[in-house]
Design a protein around this ligand. Sequence first.
Ligand code: ADP
Ligand code: MG
Length: 295
Amino acid sequence: STPVATFCALLTAARMGVLVKGGDVLESLGEIRAVAFDKTGTITRGEFTVDMFDVVEQKVQMSHLLYWISSIESKSSHPMAAALVEHAQSKSIQPKPECVAEFRILPGEGVYGEIDGKRIYVGNKRVLARGSSCQTVPERMNGLKGVSIGYVICDGDLVGVFSLSDDCRTGAAEAIRELASMGISSVLLTGDSAEAAVHAQERLGGALEELHSELFPEDKVRLVGALKARAGPTMMVGDGMNDAPALATADVGVSMGISGSAAAMETSHATLMSSDILRVPEAVRLGRRARRTIA
Ligand code: ADP
Ligand code: MG
């Protein structure tokens, strides 16, 4: 292989907005047979809106609840966190991250923090199990379609519920169809609920071949491994801290440059410098061309 040809191909990739970390990555790109996409922040924009936020059975005051969760969430970089902080601010509540003691990120679940002497969990239905008592979820939360549902547990008690929604990125469906036309199958790997995964699939016109939901970071690693064994060289595209181990496991891990986490960028082999998901099939085409000219 000639260094000049490799250099030119890397430069072409960079010009189209894909930072490829070396000639070997470029070659691997050309061999990809399957792509695993993260959902939140990758297939979707990662810009949530809060559709509903309620106190459960008037157990606490709304202003207290908003103060607690926005203070805790302002310490998180999850896309859902930003939406919840903004929601509190729109109700004139200012978060105070400095008042949060014992902050912890719970991958695949949510966050934990202590504020005003209260022990608070914010996250999906997995945090419900962290309360001491049996938690009754309000009736109206069942059958909500296409949204991500969240819960707030305060000192072992379910005190708040909320729902969030997020749109698919422009070009996401087209990118997946494009990959299919190149003989590459696409699957979805998400930490979010099955309902949210199905909703995304509907918005994509059913373009994805498989949906896997409620995954922990290690589940994403396992599924990328299974895809490699079954389909051949596999790409993983993701933005989150929770995607980093799977990005490292894939033959080519691709991170989202603008909106993604530092952990994802560090472990990935290539980075999309814009949020244009259509660059994914383009990068594979470039890899295919490069293999022909370099080899
Ligand atoms: P993904 O990016 O694959 O959707 P994550 O592992 O980041 O997955 O998150 C999985 C789920 O955990 C989210 O869909 C959400 O329900 C919950 N979650 C994670 N972080 C937070 C947070 N900071 N606040 C509220 N919920 C969260
Ligand atoms: Mg994500």
